[in-house]
Design a protein. Structure first.
Length: 254
């Protein structure tokens, strides 16, 4: 699995190029007349690129990107749209996802069912909780309403989700939302750290948690395990995606 932005982008480029070669070869063998049908060509290339990406064990969120990339280019070229709309669309996507190529963390949003389960895992006493990569702040705002005795913090690096979360938090006096990279935030000031990231940064996050978090504090990872480390418990969420919350206590002595 790619573990850096340049490697991930090279893997994606390789999947696209190899997918194009496989698709071209297949069409030439099956029926060369398909060369006159750009959308069929694009769909075939996208499917081949997605299969190559899967075989290269790239993160699964690359698969829909590969599937849609070439077909969307073909469909967009058929539209009579002023060039400014393309720039606007690009800027909007950039504001939502920011540097996903660098962070290797897509925009995942925690649902209400997950927030209900996390609420049950909070300490009974007033405590401090942080959501690393809080997205639109939905989980924090729900928890803040349920536990007004606690203080909640969220940090998000993508501008548009951060703004959404910031506006929501303006009506909740026990929630603070910051724009930035959570790697610079020390975790020893929190009783519970929540993260819904991706498999890529989990090992680095675990090292950070072990070096900074206090005894008795909890690290809860939505869906993604820490490689080589057994969670203290695994909590199932009754939602459509069968979410699993992996609970760790990194501050405890080994």
């Amino acid at each position: 699995m790619p573990n850096s932005a340049p490697q991930a982008l090279l893997t994606a480029l390789g999947a696209q190029l190899l997918g194009a070669f496989i698709a071209a070869s297949a069409i030439q063998i099956v029926d060369p007349r398909l060369w006159k049908l750009p959308l069929i060509l694009a769909l075939t290339q996208g499917t081949c690129a997605a299969l190559v990406s899967y075989k290269l064990t790239a993160p699964t969120w690359w698969i829909p990107i590969h599937l849609a990339f070439a077909p969307l280019i073909v469909l967009t070229c058929r539209l009579t749209i002023a060039p400014g709309w393309y720039l606007g669309g690009f800027l909007l996507l950039l504001m939502v996802f920011w540097r996903t190529d660098k962070s290797q963390v897509p925009l995942y949003l925690s649902n209400r069912a997950t927030a209900d389960v996390v609420q049950k895992l909070l300490p009974s006493h007033p405590c401090r909780i942080i959501d690393l990569g809080c997205g639109n702040g939905g989980l924090l705002l729900q928890l803040a309403r349920q536990r007004p005795d606690c203080t909640f913090f969220g940090i998000e690096h993508a501008p548009l989700p951060w703004l959404w979360a910031k506006l929501g938090a303006s009506r909740q006096n026990n929630v603070t939302i910051s724009l930035g990279n959570f790697w610079g935030t020390r975790l020893d000031q929190f009783d519970l750290v929540y993260a819904f990231l991706s498999p890529v940064p989990m090992e680095q996050l675990w090292q950070k948690a072990q070096s900074e978090m206090r005894p008795g504090s909890q690290l809860i990872s939505n869906s993604f395990v820490v490689p080589g480390s057994q969670p203290t418990s695994v909590v199932a969420v009754a939602d459509r995606r069968n979410t699993r919350l992996y609970v760790y206590r990194p501050g405890e002595p080994k």
